[in-house]
Ligand binder design. Structure first.
Ligand code: BT5
Length: 268
């Protein structure tokens, strides 16, 4: 944890101390304890290790560069150093917490944070875990569980393209969307506060949070193609159920629930 990173970048390092100061020091708050790396393999990997070592609920790992940023299903997350936010939040949910609502809470929180910068009409959520601006991916979310039923530890990893994005036709950054650079610290402060708010709400009123997510999911009502371990399925994205599964109506009329961990939405 040094402030002199061995990397060259047109962007300044994250002022993580300002973020920590803004989030306060109350135990259990998301961001009350922040672990910063100038460069790290993956913030999710580090956060899982911290949880194994007893880290408190709400501990946040943030890095200015990831050398092995992880996506879902073995894919990679890449971003130019210091250009965006690579954040992993350590959670120790209560046994009754509905775990799919971690991803839902994170997507809603990122959506709010993005909408504070980009006109809301340009920002949509794509099931299960993408936040899009102008139909291009500005953020990905990776939730990973360890432990055992009733005593899960959860890491919610969030990658947000702030001032640059990798050269993918499907990717966009906030700065590219609005034409000016965007300071990362206020974004991270807002994101952590919003995540805490949605997680609290998801614990108390899960249906309300699912309803907010359903309203923002651009996927619903569209024809989609989904890659599953058993092959490719096509159909109409009807709705999401109480576990966050996507209800897909196949062309033969049957409805299949699809769970986020297993599938990849390749069009829609
Ligand atoms: C995700 O996976 O979208 C989850 C990404 C989570 C990244 C965060 S960063 C902090 C934390 N630490 C980690 O190690 N991971 C988390 P998935 O749905 O599988 O999407 C991955 C795909 O998105 C890749 O195969 C690329 O096509 C594309 N992609 C990679 N980097 C991108 C970027 N920066 N912006 C937009 N698309 C990207």
């Amino acid at each position: 944890m040094t402030d002199t990173p061995p990397l060259s970048s047109p962007f300044p390092p994250l002022d993580w101390r300002a973020v920590a100061a803004a989030r306060g020091h109350t135990n259990g708050h998301v961001g009350s304890h922040i672990v910063y790396y100038p460069s790290v393999d993956s913030t999710n990997v580090r956060a899982r290790g911290l949880l194994r070592d007893g880290a408190a609920h709400g501990t946040v790992v943030v890095a200015d560069e990831q050398t092995h940023g992880r996506g879902r299903l073995g894919r990679r997350w890449a971003a130019p150093p210091r250009s965006g936010l690579a954040v992993s939040v350590c959670l120790r949910p209560r046994a009754e917490f509905r775990l799919p609502l971690v991803t839902v809470s994170a997507a809603l929180a990122v959506g709010d944070t993005v909408r504070a910068v980009v006109d809301a009409s340009r920002c949509t959520l794509k099931w299960p875990n993408d936040v899009l601006v102008d139909e291009r991916k500005v953020c990905g979310i990776l939730v990973e569980l360890d432990g055992a039923p009733g005593a899960w530890t959860v890491v919610v990893g969030i990658g947000l393209n702030v001032n640059a994005a990798p050269p993918l036709p499907t990717a966009i950054s906030l700065a590219a969307a609005i034409g000016v650079p965007v300071p990362r610290e206020p974004l991270l402060i807002d994101l952590l506060a919003a995540l805490e708010g949605y997680l609290d709400r998801a614990a108390a009123q899960p249906e309300t949070v699912l309803g907010l997510w359903r309203d923002r999911l651009a996927t619903l009502g569209r024809r989609v193609r989904v890659t599953t371990p058993g092959g490719v399925l096509e159909g109409l994205a009807l709705d999401v159920d109480g576990d966050g599964a996507l209800l897909l109506r196949l062309d033969d009329g049957t409805v299949r629930p699809l769970h986020a961990g297993d599938v990849s939405l390749t069009s829609g």
